[in-house]
Design a protein around this ligand. Structure first.
Ligand SMILES: NC(=O)c1ccc[n+]([C@@H]2O[C@H](COP(=O)([O-])OP(=O)(O)OC[C@H]3O[C@@H](n4cnc5c(N)ncnc54)[C@H](OP(=O)(O)O)[C@@H]3O)[C@@H](O)[C@H]2O)c1
Length: 260
């Protein structure tokens, strides 16, 4: 009996420690009114993107859900309109695994929308295979793509430093979403209970994204990497300006935007 109680006590202590370490439960914060502002949220049909889009719509923004699945995109837009009473929420097709689709999206957006104030590059996937343009999707590439996000924000901020454009790389925390639905079958029995017990819910994960997108006063921190605890120092490779420039230049070449 004594051993059983001790085991339960230890398990509870371990759970509390892990829960505290993995999720600091960011509280929803007061947000500024965003009427007259237009936001694009890529991958806004589920998870952190949907929670971000909902909150932006609640603040009065015009919100474009840029997603690849029309059914899910339309359904999410309709849900957000109903929940917020904001009729300025719409779906626009974008498949980020196809440069043809990215160009079509950009062209449609530029024809239909006079302004863009907020771009939330949220869409992501942890799967396998390759995109139609030959870019690889295994798990290691997911991790590399996150380093690329940090370096991209750093380089973009440098290139835009004399303008009013600011950008931030964000880690939302560990969030219970559909992101790991492509995880190997053997991993799921471990991952799903962990996610359910310990991870943030999507609206909690969206808070740091919304902070970076809407908070005044962050401008001097443009290009930095944020978590819910504020700006953070990334690992050394995430602070490497030469690597950031090289990534930018090779990205330009790979997507056919010129470059050396
Ligand atoms: N969850 C976490 O713990 C965590 C931690 C760190 C960073 N993140 C990042 O947070 C972002 C949002 O992820 P999530 O956790 O909210 O996962 P999610 O629920 O799976 O949402 C991902 C969204 O991205 C969309 N998407 C995927 N591939 C796309 C493509 N080729 N074109 C257009 N849209 C595409 C998905 O659309 P479909 O519905 O069509 O698949 C979905 O709407 C990702 O960038 C992820 O890497 C998440």
């Amino acid at each position: 009996m004594g051993w059983a109680l001790l085991c339960v006590g230890l398990l509870l202590a371990l759970y509390t420690l892990l829960r505290h370490g993995l999720r600091s439960s960011p509280r929803p914060r007061a947000r500024p009114a965003l009427r007259g502002r237009t936001a694009i949220v890529t991958g806004g049909s589920s998870g952190i993107g949907a929670a971000t889009a909902l909150e932006l719509a609640r603040c009065g923004a015009r919100v474009i859900l840029a997603t690849r699945n029309a059914l899910r995109g339309e359904a999410a837009a309709s849900r957000i309109r109903t929940e917020t009473g904001n009729e300025e929420v719409r779906f626009m097709h974008l498949d980020l695994a196809s440069l043809r689709s990215v160009r079509a999206f950009a062209s449609t957006f530029l024809h239909q929308e006079p302004h863009l104030h907020l771009l939330i590059n949220n869409a992501g996937v942890s799967a396998g295979g390759t995109t139609e343009d030959g870019f690889s999707l295994p798990f290691q590439d997911y991790c590399d793509s996150k380093l690329a996000n940090v370096l991209h924000a750093r380089e973009l901020a440098t290139r835009e430093q004399d303008t009013q454009v600011t950008c931030y790389a964000v880690h939302p925390g560990f969030v219970n979403t559909a992101l790991f639905r492509h995880a190997p079958l053997w991993l799921k029995p471990l991952l799903l209970p962990l996610a359910w017990l310990l991870f943030l819910d999507p609206s909690e994960g969206a808070q740091v994204v919304l902070d970076c997108a809407t908070r005044d006063g962050l401008e001097p921190l443009s290009g930095r990497y944020f978590t819910d605890s504020g700006p953070q120092q990334p690992w050394p490779r995430g602070r490497d300006d030469r690597l950031a420039r090289a990534l930018w230049e090779s990205s330009e070449r790979l997507v056919g935007l010129g470059g050396a």
